[in-house]
Design a protein around this ligand. Structure first.
Ligand SMILES: CC(C)(COP(=O)(O)OP(=O)(O)OC[C@H]1O[C@@H](n2cnc3c(N)ncnc32)[C@H](O)[C@@H]1OP(=O)(O)O)[C@@H](O)C(=O)NCCC(=O)NCCS
Length: 412
């Protein structure tokens, strides 16, 4: 479609955007109006972009949610792309492609240095430089095993959380992500926890307020429906706190035989449980993109004992901040990305790999960079056609630098 334009959505566009949303996903359900008001409050003013056709009619929309996400245990601004939809009669003519490119550019302007999304049309996002970063996992345990964990609580007590605990929940989450050097999970803002606690939509307990400073040392957020308890968050600073929180979740095993968890697939509960999770694990893939390599790399945490440096050519026409030849260096837990040449030698000739490139230098396009960022090994990237050039030695350096098994726990 020619004459497509993108611009910020205004309040006057909301009715048209909602109409397209409803033509894509069906009418809003109960509570949908409140949800839509929150969407508008969060994203109007630069985080909701619309596409218009030659007549100025809105034919597509997408938004960028303002998230904070851990990478190597340090926190980066992450643009969570959501609400991408195109008027059905305008589909198949490049509206969404135009939109996602505009969203990538906008995230660069906003300072969101990385981006993630849950795709329904992965080819659309691959075209804009996204690649599969990991999965959101739902792991299921028999409740009686979870209940048994409570015996290690060492007298640690739990109490229901109140809205006054919201800041503490955010701080505990952030601290735990740093402690474990986690990559992928987001930190819910205090106002999100506060609203959840005020509305009492989920069951929330804090633990550890009875020990030491009187400050909680952990919390759990879960809900009960049908025959399962579903744990959305469980954060603990020590083993006794974890035991106390798991114990309260499992305490209802007589009535609720199953516990689902949306947590780190390597949550230490896996090591503590006197048994294994049930065989069925549900996984929802998400995709990631690097928006601005230099600040993203400088902000990410790395393994303290890793010391490595490598040159990397990046071709990324949609995010020029990423393009060029980079020297990536990691030492003492911190990294620097220094652009040593303005453009990768083959940037004009396609994604990567062909004539003109210096074969001794590893070379990726935006998708390859996204995959590297998310810890896919160089050997795997090569098999997927996402990494050219370099040598076994540079592959090993890339693997050491980007080592991670990222996961996201919240669907958005
Ligand atoms: C998915 C959607 C946004 C695509 O919009 P669009 O303007 O038709 O997309 P484009 O014309 O830019 O197509 C870009 C690419 O997306 C992919 N794509 C588009 N529609 C798709 C579909 N229904 N299923 C799978 N992939 C699709 C194709 O790879 C397409 O490239 P191609 O036409 O060269 O094969 C649109 O169909 C829509 O609004 N669907 C309902 C809501 C939705 O699923 N939103 C995405 C949420 S992540």
């Amino acid at each position: 479609m020619t004459d497509l334009r993108t611009r910020d959505a205004t309040r006057d566009d909301l009715a048209a955007v909602l109409r397209i949303r409803n033509r894509s996903f069906g009418p809003l359900g109960i509570g949908g109006t409140d949800w839509w008001d929150r969407v508008a409050a969060e994203t109007l003013g630069g985080r909701m972009v619309v596409v218009t056709d030659g007549d100025g009619a809105v034919v597509g929309a997408g938004r960028i949610r303002p998230f904070e996400q851990a990478w190597g245990g340090r926190h980066l601004s992450m643009g969570g792309v959501a609400g991408v939809y195109v008027e059905p009669s305008a589909r198949g003519r490049g509206v969404a492609t135009t939109l996602t490119r505009a969203l990538v550019a906008r995230m660069g302007e906003l300072g969101d240095v990385v981006s993630c999304l849950f795709p329904t049309a992965p080819a659309l996002y691959r075209r804009s430089g996204y690649e599969v970063g990991g999965v959101q996992s739902r792991t299921t345990f028999p409740s009686h095993l979870v209940r048994a964990l409570g015996s290690a609580a060492d007298g640690r007590r739990v109490r229901p959380a109140t809205p006054e605990d919201a800041d503490t929940l955010t701080v505990l989450t952030r601290t735990a992500q740093a402690r474990h050097g986690q990559s992928g999970p987001m930190v819910p803002r205090a106002e999100v926890f506060r609203r959840m606690l005020e509305e009492q939509t989920l069951i929330t307990y804090v633990a550890g307020h009875d020990a030491g400073s009187g400050e909680p040392t952990g919390f759990v957020v879960y809900d009960l429906s049908g025959e399962a308890a579903t744990v959305e968050h469980l954060v603990a600073a020590d083993a006794a706190t974890a035991a106390a929180l798991w114990g309260v979740v499992g305490s209802g095993s007589s009535a609720v035989p199953t516990v689902h968890t949306y947590l780190d697939p390597r949550d230490p509960v896996m090591l503590a449980l006197a048994g294994l999770p049930e065989a069925s694990v549900t996984q929802v893939p998400w995709m990631a993109r690097v928006i601005d390599l230099a600040p993203a790399f400088a902000g990410r945490g790395f393994a303290t004992h890793t010391s490595a440096a490598v040159e990397l050519d990046v071709a990324d026409p949609d995010a020029p901040a990423n393009a060029g030849r980079w020297r990536l260096a990691v030492d003492g837990g911190s990294g620097t990305a220094t652009r040593v040449a303005e453009a990768a030698p083959d940037a004009s000739g396609g994604a990567m790999g062909s004539g003109g490139a210096d074969a001794s230098v590893s070379c990726v396009d935006a998708r390859g960079l996204a995959a590297l960022w998310c810890g896919w090994s160089a050997s795997r990237l090569r098999l997927a056609g996402l990494l050219d050039g370099g040598s076994p030695d540079t592959d090993a350096a890339l693997d050491a630098i980007f080592a991670a098994t990222p996961y996201i726990t919240e669907y958005f």
